[in-house]
Design a protein around this ligand. Sequence first.
Ligand SMILES: [Zn+2]
Length: 218
Amino acid sequence: MQIQKNKKLAKRNNKHRYLLRGLLYCALCGRSMTAYARTSKRKTGDDVIYYYYSCISKESSSYALNGTPCTCRRIPVDDLDSAVWEFIISIAKNNSQLKDYLYSKNNLTYSKEISYLNNLQLELKKKQMNTMRWYHENTIDYETAEKALKNINSELETIHTTLSELTISQEKENQLVLSPADFLKAKTFKEKRNVLTKLPYRVYAARQEEHFEFFFER
Ligand SMILES: [Zn+2]
């Protein structure tokens, strides 16, 4: 009888969906917040399960700061999940505002660096051609030409490697960029999780007394 009961409970626990699992951090201490279920007895004797997000320093002593757990209070999962999702949808409805949120600043840096290196590459290729022309015109001797070409080639090689690394990083960044429509389209838990996990932000939350607050940070 007891075993049967536990089994049922575990099944229900697993079924509960935590929208922000793995994406949530404690706004007070910066540690991750963990999702968990707690069972209490009702006066009638029935079990009632509460679902919470909690600062990991409260739940695991090895994460406590100098042996003291964080003062952040546990936040009910459904309250925080729906508040965060509603906030995201309100931003998604304002197209340009969400784009500001989503477009990575890094991406701009990549573009600048990539175009700088592309120009440098062109310059070096010109230099390479000039060197060969000068050698054929006998303006410079073989030794000078060979030395110059060797340097140019090694510079070109470095630039080529850097460019391909930067391009890969930039493509990765671009994949993170979501469109507001992706958020507005997401209706099921799975769809919501899918867009949330692609969001290039962490969600920080804290509860003081009966209020909770949250904010997004990269
Ligand atoms: Zn904390």
